[in-house]
Write a protein that binds this ligand. Structure first.
Ligand code: ADP
Length: 193
């Protein structure tokens, strides 16, 4: 199964994709995770992406499209994948459409997790507190200033991606403010799992 997860930062895309990975046995492809790995490795892409990511802005379409194009050719994606954090602009969505068509592949569904902004800010604060309490590293972009920019970036550049998929008849919108297990059940239901 080939899926896309859409939703603002803190909507729970990571949590829900991880559950689907277990169920479907396909990999979760998070462009955020891949870019953070590039930053940690100090690769040329990582070196260029770091400041942009820390500020809560978007890395260029060209870079992320290139990363995904290569990644979905890997053998573990043969039976499907879950895209988390990509596409994040309409240009990326269009590039994905062309890329999949060239590979003879189709998306099965696009799941959007809808969550109010006030709740997202609370979740980000909680995530930081929990990371600190557990002695874990806090993401450089999990601070109120960058988070505000991430939400603005989402509103301006990513929200139109939902409309793009909705027009293609692929969008399933799910209330991401329900308890985690209920969100999982709603997703399973929408996918017929
Ligand atoms: P979030 O939890 O905010 O959804 P992610 O872990 O998905 O964050 O991404 C973190 C950062 O990585 C983004 O703010 C952005 O700078 C960069 N990034 C991730 N995916 C993309 C993408 N598809 N296009 C451009 N930039 C991206």
């Amino acid at each position: 199964m080939r899926l896309v997860f859409l939703g603002p930062p803190g909507a729970g895309k990571g949590t829900q994709s991880a559950r689907l990975v277990e169920k479907l046995g396909v990999p979760q492809l998070s462009t955020g995770d891949m870019l953070r790995a590039a930053v940690s490795a100090g690769s040329p892409i990582g070196l260029r992406a770091k400041a942009i990511m820390d500020a809560g802005q978007l890395v260029s379409d060209e870079v992320v499209v290139g990363i995904i194009d290569q990644r979905i050719d890997a053998p573990d994606c043969a039976t499907g994948f879950i895209l988390d954090g990509f596409p994040r602009t309409v240009a990326q969505a269009e590039a994905l459409r062309v890329m999949l068509a060239n590979k003879g592949l189709k998306l099965d569904a696009v799941i959007e997790l809808a969550v109010d902004e006030t709740m997202l800010v609370d979740r980000m604060r909680k995530r930081v507190e929990e990371a600190l309490a557990a002695g874990k590293e806090v993401r450089a972009d999990d601070n109120p200033e960058s988070f505000k920019t991430r939400l603005e970036t989402y509103r301006a550049q990513t929200a139109p991606v939902s409309a793009y998929f909705s027009e293609l008849g692929k969008l399933v919108s799910i209330d991401g403010m329900m308890p985690i297990d209920e969100v999982t059940a709603a997703i399973d239901d929408a996918l017929g799992l």
